[in-house]
Unconditional design. Sequence first.
Length: 256
Amino acid sequence: MNTIRQSITIGVRGIQHLIHHPISMVFTLFNPLVWFFIYGQLFKGVAQMPGFPTDNYSLFVLPGVLGIAVLSVTLFNANNVVFDRTNGYFAKLLSFPIPRMAIAMGYAFDTMIQMLIILTLLFIIGLPFTGGLAAGWLGGVLVYVLSIMFGFSMTCLGLSMSLLSATAWEFFGMVNFIELPMLFMSGALFPQNYMPKWLYIVSQINPLSHYVNAVRTLYIKGLDWIVIGTSAGILLIFNIALFLLVNSIYRKVVAV
């Protein structure tokens, strides 16, 4: 309990910064809204193509936009670690008599809270354009559960990259190297069955694809437990693998 309390205390620092500088939340929200409104209008005619899962492209693309938002917030927010290592704050945290794991959990707590705020805002904004979820209120709960699972794995990935980066430039280079391929090699913007065969195969090992597929099913079809359970299981595997990765890197960094 003491470790959890201390990690929340560390995480609250980032949330307080968000409260005092809410403009940063506006900029964070801007990019997903561009994808939803601009991209959604430009390609709304795609929904009339044969085999498209719905005739409402906004309904189709919103789960993809939610996935893009979760991916962006969790990866880019890890840059706080790079800044804190550069300005000496991270070293000060290490000098305090607190568990080392509480520090990492604090950064993760801050990221997850910001991710949930952005997710909720997009969820509300999208309601008039989608008519809600076919899965009802339980589907809404499952969207949050899936988002937390996907967000946690990407938070672990972001923290791993931040711990390996000596400068912000290195970190942003890593993020851009990973984020854009993940976006375009997923079903976030177009159905996966429209992809070339090789790209479809690659998309099956992309956690964003499985998150989007599950959330899109909740929006369009309803409670398809086979799709949801399969996606949740795959996301759980990514959670475990990426947690072990960041834990290994973090232990080496704090031991130096």
